[in-house]
Design a protein around this ligand. Structure first.
Ligand code: BG6
Length: 296
């Protein structure tokens, strides 16, 4: 997987990590530890690869663009400061899922212990962000990459008026096949995004058609069996979990979604989707996160 990205090392960062570039001159942090591996793009603060104990857990489209021209299809896109189409409070017609996934983040620090590698990335407001969303902010992404993976996205309001945000850690999981996917802990109630957000009840999750659902009453611990691995996804301050698979026709309509890829992916997203969002007062902060754990 890492080989296929064709990365050229630039400089060592810690004992098991280094900075690298690809042919399009995009920067990546590469972690290669005997027990875990990860690749993190500075474009979007986007984790594009994570494997634990030899099992690659994230899906990345074979036709994902890694040249900084559009959001990367796969891994863990950061949807922020809104989820989905831009809400009325922001103004309609702005980029879907916000702008954090299309900005270049800064590496703020990286360190390694015997158990894991800790990475801090940051993003502040700038002319491009202000044009889309007129607020001062400091966004921090903390990743603890080890046999378990923890991602924490912290939103700090550095301005003088409150703001509202929503978002998601839009994780694409690698699966064996649609019929192998089992998910528990979603709760039975979802808003069906394929039916104008119609509230819907379903006793258990079956992946046999396109799904785009906002589960509004999830447990804080989701159990996911991908057919390749059994995982626990522990969500932190998410108000919902979004489950998405575009299925064959949906995938074919996306240039960066390889045509067979829909069969081996499922998005299970730790999200803030409530219409009122999260209000953050000046000098206050709020974090959204998850921990991903392999079940032996
Ligand atoms: C999901 C949404 O979170 O992301 C879907 O629920 C959307 O509606 C999908 O299609 C992918 O979005 P994008 O902007 O990355 O193509």
């Amino acid at each position: 997987m890492i080989e296929y990205l064709n990365l050229t090392p630039l400089q060592p960062l810690t004992r098991h990590s280094h900075l690298a570039r690809n042919a399009a001159d995009q920067r990546f942090i590469v972690i290669q530890h005997p027990d875990y591996q990860a690749v993190l793009a500075l474009y979007g603060g986007h984790l594009i690869h994570y494997s634990s104990q030899g099992s690659p857990l994230l899906w990345l489209s074979r036709s994902a663009l890694l040249d900084g021209s559009r959001p990367i299809r796969g891994g863990v896109p950061l949807c922020w400061p809104w989820f989905g189409p831009s809400p009325e409070r922001v103004g309609v017609g702005k980029p879907q899922h916000g702008f954090a996934r299309t900005q270049i983040w800064t590496l703020d620090g990286i360190s390694e212990t015997a158990q894991s590698t800790l990475v801090h990335l940051c993003l502040g407001d700038n002319a491009a962000s202000q044009a889309l969303w007129p607020h001062a902010f400091a966004l921090e992404l903390t990743l603890e990459v080890g046999p378990e993976l923890t991602l924490l996205l912290t939103t700090r309001n550095t301005g003088s008026t409150p703001f509202v945000y929503s978002g998601a850690l839009h994780t694409y999981f690698q699966s064996q096949a649609p019929e192998a996917v089992q998910i528990q802990g979603l709760g039975n109630t979802y808003l069906d995004q394929l039916q104008q957000k119609r509230p819907t009840h379903e006793a258990s999750f079956v992946l046999d058609k396109p799904v785009d659902r906002i589960y509004t009453e999830p447990a804080s611990r989701i159990e996911l069996d991908t057919g390749l691995a059994r995982l626990q996804l522990l969500n932190h301050q998410a108000d919902s979990v979004v489950v998405w698979n575009p299925w064959q026709a949906g995938a074919a309509a996306m240039a960066d979604f390889d045509d067979q890829g829909w069969r081996t992916m499922i998005c299970v997203e730790s999200a803030i989707t409530a219409p009122e969002g999260i209000q953050v007062a000046p000098d206050e902060e709020h974090s959204l996160g998850f921990t991903l754990r392999l079940v032996p």
